[in-house]
Write a protein that binds this ligand. Structure first.
Ligand SMILES: Cc1cc2nc3c(=O)[nH]c(=O)nc-3n(C[C@H](O)[C@H](O)[C@H](O)COP(=O)(O)OP(=O)(O)OC[C@H]3O[C@@H](n4cnc5c(N)ncnc54)[C@H](O)[C@@H]3O)c2cc1C
Length: 428
């Protein structure tokens, strides 16, 4: 056991906790250490397709919204790598996800408080401190920040059939050898990840080109993300705080109504898919069969000799359709990751739906002392709104956590003077 008692132990080093690590870097008043189970940093590497783009502004990096002069900003990364001017001259409309991942990796590996290859296995409370057991050591601390992110989601009926070879979640798509050549591929799921995989398949040529690509979505169309200014205002501290103060039924309905503000497909990807199909059909006269199938709900899958069969229901006419696939790819989204390491404390948390209930500062509401906190990052979409899993508010949320650890009033939020009055005006 180490003698040092930390003020802050971070579990998981994706962007959420890296933002806190960056904002704490060099500040001696908060002794901090962060643990990441992967041997080195990677950011959704299995979905790192060649021209995947960041879906938010580059200013929504680890620090810029709260500390624009912090050395861990994206601009600072460009500067330190000697490419700020070429970056400007390249006039990218969107930032490459590959480049942003490299920025995150640089921020992670240049911060000596971030430790890789060390998984957190259990957290307990000894009455005074949290006891954190990692794969390498035991550590005591006053506050924990859980930032274990998201995990792929598969519909229950699909789970028993996944074989990692011919039937798997697209989360691992880029890691797999090119298995689609000459085969019938079905992609289930009409969000951004599904669209990126479909585009990548349509771009394959020669022996690597699939013979068929079918894209099935429950949505009524292949719908664009709403990236307009007022939709982006849903990704502000003001809206996150407003959302938090509403009752659970309003919040749930709001998330459904505004799904496309976070889960729609980028206009660039949609255009590229449409143009690629045009090129395949009219210019290259490709034999590849492309089926775009919105308004279908897949409800069953089974193995039939040497292929997968899927039963889908058309949501308009209720007709049943049958599809055959040699390669079946599930683009059915992500959910907040579970946190089995909190097992010993589970009975001490309040819950709301499937989430641990958090207070206004993202601290879990639990039965322990008021000056000992477990902060939950990217684990409270139902309570904090659409922006919770996203990069948009990571720096602001990190700043709130640090303010609370230091027991000082909340710093002024970025964009505090929002144009929109989300809450009711006070009368009288
Ligand atoms: C393909 C893809 C593209 C995306 N693109 C965007 C985008 O452009 N813009 C945007 O705003 N959002 C995007 N997102 C949303 C995404 O959730 C966030 O960008 C971001 O990754 C969230 O960061 P996080 O730190 O909360 O979680 P994660 O990035 O998931 O990181 C969690 C980390 O915790 C580690 N971990 C888990 N358990 C343990 C443990 N017990 N001990 C130690 N470490 C552990 C994991 O290994 C992981 O590294 C994208 C998501 C996906 C899947």
């Amino acid at each position: 056991m180490e003698n040092e008692i930390y003020d802050c132990v971070g579990i998981g080093c994706g962007p959420s906790n890296l933002s806190i690590a960056a904002q704490l870097h060099g500040r001696r008043e908060v002794r901090n250490i962060f643990f990441e189970k992967k041997a080195e940093f990677s950011w959704h590497s299995g979905m790192m397709l060649p021209d995947a783009c960041l879906q938010v502004s580059m200013f929504k990096d680890l620090v810029t919204l709260t500390e624009p002069t912090n050395p861990f900003s994206f601009v600072s990364y460009l500067h330190q790598h000697g490419r700020l001017l070429p970056f400007l001259n390249a006039q990218f409309a969107q930032i490459s996800r590959l480049e942003f991942a490299d920025y995150l990796k640089w921020a992670a590996h240049t911060n000596q408080n971030v430790h890789f290859g060390e998984s957190v296995e259990a957290v307990d409370f000894d009455g005074q401190h949290f006891v954190v057991q990692t794969s390498r050591r035991q550590t005591l601390c006053k506050n924990i920040v859980v930032g274990v992110g998201i995990e792929p989601y598969l519909p229950e009926f699909a789970r028993p059939h996944v074989d990692d070879e011919s039937n798997f979640h697209i989360y691992r798509f880029a890691d797999k050898p090119r298995r689609a050549g000459g085969r019938r591929v079905v992609v289930v799921g009409g969000g951004q990840s599904g669209a990126e995989v479909v585009l990548e398949l349509l771009r394959r040529t020669g022996e690597e080109a699939p013979s068929e690509v079918s894209w099935v979505s429950r949505r009524e169309n292949f719908s664009p993300i709403d990236d307009s200014p007022f939709a982006n205002d849903l990704f502000t501290p003001a809206h996150s705080d407003f959302f938090y103060s509403q009752d659970a039924s309003y919040r749930e309905a709001f998330l459904k109504r505004n799904e496309l503000a976070s889960d729609g497909i980028s206009g660039h990807t949609l255009r590229s898919i449409y143009q690629r199909i045009y090129t395949l059909r009219y210019i290259e006269h490709s034999p590849m069969v492309v089926r775009l199938m919105p308004s279908r709900s897949v409800g069953e899958v089974w193995r039939d000799q040497d292929c997968w069969k899927l039963a889908a229901q058309h949501q308009g006419c209720n007709d049943q359709e049958m599809l055959e696939a040699d390669l079946l790819l599930w683009a059915t989204g992500f959910r907040a990751a579970r946190h089995p390491f909190l097992g010993a404390l589970e009975h001490r948390f309040e819950r709301e739906g499937g989430e641990i209930r958090v207070d206004r500062d993202f601290a879990a509401i639990w039965s322990g002392p008021a000056d000992r906190q477990i902060f939950m990052l990217n684990a409270a979409r139902g309570q904090r709104g659409l922006a919770d899993p996203n990069l948009s508010l990571a720096a602001w949320r990190g700043q709130i956590v640090i303010d609370r650890i230091l027991n000082r009033p909340r710093s002024r939020a970025p964009g505090a003077d929002t144009f929109v009055n989300w809450a009711a005006l006070q009368t009288g």
